[in-house]
Structure formats: structure tokens, C-alpha cells
Ligand binder design. Structure first.
Ligand code: AMP
Length: 304
């Protein structure tokens, strides 16, 4: 197993200007795993309830995702209700029900604990810390994501976690909330001061900016005519980003730059339809074609 991920596995109720879904498969770890599965071997750590649909298990298995760490517990699956009605770039959370995640204790097999890449997707930072602590060896790269709820209610654990990771992937608004800085480069340098050597600040339709060691890189978002459902864009970005790094097994500057474009490629598919409807049905040539479109989108000659 190349990448281990822990994070929410959810049923989401989502409303966007394109329509409404009452209960669609979602969760940060789910979007991440499906996106990363096109590049490398992924294993998930998480918990679902007894309401979890066997068809969703089958979909994860069809992507060769190792779900031996996805436990089934008595109770309901994590549930998030959100909308994007005012601003398509900003999720407004209407309700969060942790359900079976409230009492989840992660258990890692040897294969999980020896994964060389670890992604701590959005979930309670105390849980993210437990998984990091349970690794047999320090992975080659550890990255995490988070969101406003955890900044509000679990900031000490989140700060401890951020001090231990190599990369933080975070939304612009949340980066500002976390650091108290209003200006993007100031927020990024405050995050660097907390520990990570790389920070990816995600900005919805404006793309993502990677602040690395002595360099920064701007990845645009693909200019789609119609965004159907932005849910999971950030996690799909992370899945492409980490999936690519794990597949080349390098975390140098050039690889990080390419990874940011692979991340943008996967995020662009995520928003084209509700939930995982587009991302779960991709082919490798769909991905290669969209990646090439990014090369074209950002190609320019030097001044002579
Ligand atoms: P994003 O990629 O940022 O759009 O993440 C979307 C996913 O995050 C949704 O599928 C939700 O189930 C999940 N989510 C929402 N709130 C939380 C939370 N507080 N902790 C963990 N996951 C969450």
C-alpha cells in the first residue's frame, strides 16, 4: 500500500444552484481515495454505520481501494448537510452529525502502519493524530487537510498535528481563520512557521497556490462552463496531488509542481457532476487529456 488515508466517509445532503441531493456518498477520505486510486494503491482507515450501502463498498473495491481499515459499526454513517447557494466557491455547513465517528478508535494493520505516504483527510484532529502516532515508521510524506469546524473546536490538537506534517492543504478562508492573517502569502508563511514545509492554499474556481521551500507555484482551476457540485473538490485535489507524488515516489520541487496540476485535474472532474458521479467513472485517457488541457492553459513563452 502506497498511501494510507484517514478521514470522513459520509452521506451528504447537498444543495447547489444545479440541484439538490438528499443523501449522496461523500466524505473527505472517500473523495481522496477514489481520486488517488487512478495513480497508486490506496488504503482507507475510517468507519461507516449499519446504513452504509453495499453498492458503495463495491464502488470502492472496484477502484482497488484497500478497505480492510474501513470498519462497520452500529449506528449511522457520518452525515454532512451543506449548500453553495450564495457563492459556488464556499460551502455553507447547515449540519454535521459525527454519528459513528464520535467513538471511532482507529486500528492499523502492519500494511497500513508501513505506508510510505499518509494523508490525514478532514476529520477530528485528535483522530488524525492517533493515526499518525500509530504509524510504524515516519512516512516519507505526511499531509493533512482540515476545516473551520475543527479550527473552532479543536485548535490545540490541530496545531499539534500541523507541527508534525510535511504539507497542509487548506481552503483560503480556513487558512486565514487558522492564522488570523488576511493576506494569502502572510497566511502561508504563518503556516510554514507552524511546521509544514509545503502549504497548498485552495481557492475554488481561482485554483490553488503551493507555497514550498523557497518557491511558490500557482495552479489554475480548469475553466469549466458549469460547476454542478463543488463538494469534494478539495479532497479530489488532494487525491490527485498525493496520488501522483506516491506514484513517482518523489517530493522534490518539480514533482510538487506537477502534483498540483494533477490535483487541479482531479478537482475539475469532481465538480462536473454531483458527488462522485464523474470521478468514479473516469478513464486514464480522460485524465491524461484534461492534464494536457492544463499544460495548454498555462503555456507561455519567456520574454525575449
Ligand atoms: P471538500 O473537498 O472540502 O468539498 O470536502 C467535502 C466533504 O467533507 C464532504 O463530502 C463532507 O462529508 C466532508 N465533511 C464536511 N464537514 C466535515 C467535517 N467537519 N469533518 C470531516 N469531514 C467533513
Amino acid at each position: 500500500m502506497k498511501i494510507l488515508v484517514v478521514g470522513s466517509v459520509a452521506y451528504d445532503a447537498v444543495e447547489t444552484p444545479a440541484g439538490k441531493r438528499e443523501s449522496q456518498l461523500g466524505g473527505a477520505a472517500t473523495y481522496f481515495s477514489v481520486a488517488a486510486s487512478y495513480f497508486t494503491e490506496v488504503g482507507m482507515i475510517g468507519v461507516v454505520g449499519d446504513d452504509f450501502d453495499p453498492a458503495d463498498i463495491a464502488m470502492l473495491e472496484s477502484h482497488d481501494i484497500d478497505i480492510s481499515g474501513l470498519i462497520k459499526a452500529d449506528g449511522k454513517t457520518f452525515r454532512w448537510t451543506g449548500e453553495y447557494m450564495e457563492d459556488i466557491n464556499t460551502a455553507v455547513t447547515l449540519d454535521t452529525q459525527l454519528n459513528v465517528f464520535g467513538s471511532f478508535e482507529p486500528e492499523l494493520s502492519d500494511a497500513h502502519a508501513n505506508a510510505p505516504y499518509l494523508f490525514l483527510a478532514n476529520i477530528d484532529p485528535n483522530l488524525q493524530l492517533k493515526v499518525l502516532d500509530a504509524m510504524a515508521n515516519r512516512p516519507k510524506m505526511v499531509a493533512n487537510d482540515t476545516m473551520n469546524l475543527w479550527i473552532d473546536i479543536a485548535k490545540p490538537a490541530l496545531s499539534e498535528l500541523i507541527s508534525k506534517v510535511d504539507a497542509l492543504l487548506i481552503n483560503e478562508e480556513e487558512a486565514k481563520q487558522l492564522t488570523g492573517e488576511d493576506h494569502l502569502p502572510d497566511a502561508a508563511s504563518a503556516i510554514t512557521g507552524m511546521g509544514p514545509s509545503s502549504t497548498v492554499i485552495k481557492r475554488g474556481e481561482y485554483g490553488a497556490t503551493l507555497f514550498g521551500e523557497n518557491f511558490s507555484f500557482a495552479a489554475p482551476a480548469y475553466p469549466l462552463e458549469r460547476v454542478v457540485d463543488p463538494t469534494g473538490a478539495g479532497d479530489s485535489f488532494a487525491g490527485g496531488f498525493m496520488g501522483y507524488l506516491a506514484s513517482v515516489d518523489k517530493v522534490d520541487q518539480e514533482s510538487l509542481r506537477t502534483a498540483a496540476i494533477v490535483g487541479s485535474t482531479m478537482a475539475s472532474f469532481a465538480v462536473e457532476d454531483f458527488g462522485l458521479d464523474r470521478t468514479k467513472n473516469l478513464t486514464h485517457s480522460d485524465i491524461a487529456e484534461r492534464f494536457e488541457a492544463f499544460v495548454d492553459l498555462t503555456r507561455f513563452n519567456p520574454l525575449t
